[in-house]
Design a binder for this molecule. Structure first.
Ligand code: BES
Ligand code: MN
Ligand code: ZN
Length: 495
């Protein structure tokens, strides 16, 4: 979706579809009021008779209104004015975007950013509306052709702004970059596991980096990882015909001596559970087990598009977890790259196995902050559902920054404790640790496991098992936490 600013007055704006907001319980204002006046109070009357739906996210399409150059007006219900907040603003814009997609418009113009929200600026509203409408217009086509008469993604969105809104173009650039990042992450997530395997992810990383002068990408193969002693990552990969890759993407936006922010993604392109095999039902959903990788790659792309003045390194631990005669097995003791030994009690706890070596590898970059992102535990879905990513870290300041970034862009996280008391759940007589901590606090013990490989780092862990994708009728990758991480990088670049 491309975007542009228009300062044409609302009544003379020519567009196939003009998008206006309407509260259920407040006098019409702004562009909505202007259109209402032009059509002699028509909107007001239709609201009174119930012909315009005003519940939050409900829409009504009107054709050829008197006094309005736009061919159609899409009225978007915003519910009660008192209940309208930043999250509702976002979901309302999303709903509008979904209508535009389902009605298959090529172009449209939106005024939704007009509506004020407590403690949010005009820039915030403009950016958030573009992100939400852009996200709603993601469309998967890689292995399914779109229907000729079906929904189509919006190609061009005009944002109706006053000439005084001088920062609007800069805001749009940022929004476009973030939407591209989300799109990239969603496409990678939605691709089937027979296409999106570790080698494919590495090729995608190369392609993305090649598009920018100040980016580069490389990946390590099995032999190179053997030389580094990455036996934990390689242990997981052993059961698969698809070879693993450790992908390293570099973005240089600041002086060489500025410490980089390092993002590490879990890239299990399919998780069968291995020898501790998962039940058959819904196993296809484990194609999303590279959601962490997709999120950090998408964030890399957003950062490159914004050309932030930071240094960024993205590392992806890419492998497939399969059962095989050569697969790693429960009872195996494996020496990780860090030298710490791990007793494998469940081959389905593979995410932490690949991530621990990637975290050790990340040390060499001397990160200013080290953040890993992973669809790590089913327990996180139980704890937080699909609305929040689980955040774990010993660093209160890093937690505060990440939570604030998520709140700002409405891609929210919630902290879980990482107290030392949980660590003993990983004790075993046969190794430095086992790879599972039992039933209690499954997400936290997974975080505890990872913490042992980032001891001296300014490190945080985001469990996106519930947030990176959704199931049901609207099944698909969400692209999260591209928003949270992009906002975090923007915040860091401003320092
Ligand atoms: N990829 C899964 C986690 C997952 C489960 C993500 C459901 C999304 C939805 C992970 O590799 C896994 O299998 N974790 C196990 C850990 C257990 C063996 C300690 C789990 O959550 O059951
Ligand atoms: Mn697993
Ligand atoms: Zn997994």
């Amino acid at each position: 979706m491309k975007t542009n600013i228009t300062t044409t007055t609302i009544l003379s704006l020519q567009t196939p579809c003009l998008v206006l907001g309407i509260f259920s319980d407040q006098n019409l204002s702004g562009s909505t009021a202007a259109v209402n006046t032009a059509c002699k109070g028509g909107l007001e009357k239709m609201r009174e008779t119930g012909d315009i739906q005003t519940a939050a996210g409900k829409t009504t399409l009107l054709h050829h209104l008197q006094g309005v150059a736009a061919e159609r007006v899409l009225l978007v219900g915003m519910g009660k004015a008192k209940e309208f907040d930043a999250a509702k603003f976002s979901s309302t814009c999303q709903a509008a975007g979904e209508q535009l997609r389902d009605l298959a418009f090529d172009t449209a113009a939106s005024c939704l950013h007009e509506f004020e929200i407590k403690s949010k600026s005009a820039d915030w509203r403009l950016r958030q509306s573009v992100i939400a409408i852009g996200n709603a217009n993601y469309f998967y086509t890689a292995t399914k052709a779109p229907k000729a008469d079906g929904p189509k993604p919006l190609k061009q969105l005009a944002l109706v702004c006053t000439p005084e809104h001088t920062s609007a173009n800069t805001v749009l650039q940022q929004a476009d970059a973030i939407v591209s990042g989300y799109n990239r992450a969603r496409t990678l997530g939605d691709l089937p596991p027979n296409i999106c395997n570790p080698v494919y992810l590495a090729a995608q990383a190369d392609e993305i980096a090649a598009a920018y002068d100040n980016c580069s990408s490389e990946s390590l193969n099995t032999t190179q990882m053997q030389e580094l002693g990455m036996q934990a990552l390689l242990g997981v990969a052993r059961g698969s015909r698809n070879p693993p890759r450790l992908i390293i993407m570099r973005y240089n936006g600041a002086d060489k001596d500025v410490k980089p922010i390092v993002l590490v993604g879990k890239g299990i392109t399919f998780d069968t559970g291995g020898i501790s095999i998962k039940p058959g039902a819904n196993m296809e959903q484990m194609k999303y087990d590279m959601g962490g990788a997709a999120g950090v790659i998408g964030t890399f792309e957003a950062c490159a598009k914004m050309q932030l003045d930071i240094n960024l390194i993205v590392i992806v631990a890419a492998a497939e977890n399969m059962p095989d005669g050569d697969a790693y097995r429960p009872g195996d003791v494996i020496t990780s790259m860090s030298g710490q030994t791990i007793e494998v009690l469940n081959t389905d706890a593979e995410g932490r196995m690949v991530l621990c070596d990637a975290l050790t590898y990340a040390e060499r970059f001397n990160p200013a902050a080290l953040i890993d992102v992973a669809t790590l535990t089913g327990a996180c879905v139980v704890a937080l559902g699909h609305h929040a990513s689980g955040l774990m870290s010993k660093s209160d300041s890093l937690v505060a920054e990440l939570l604030a970034a998520g709140d700002e862009i409405i891609d929210r996280a919630w902290r879980l404790p990482l107290w030392d008391e949980y660590q003993s759940q990983l004790d075993t007589p046969f190794a430095d640790m086992k790879n599972i901590g039992g039933m209690p606090a499954g997400s936290i013990t997974a975080g505890c496991f990872l913490s042992r490989f980032a001891k001296d780092q300014n490190w945080a862990h985001l469990d996106v098992a519930g947030s990176a994708w959704k199931w049901g009728t609207q099944e698909g990758a969400t692209g999260r936490p591209v928003g949270l991480l992009s906002q975090y990088l923007i915040d860091q670049s401003g320092k």
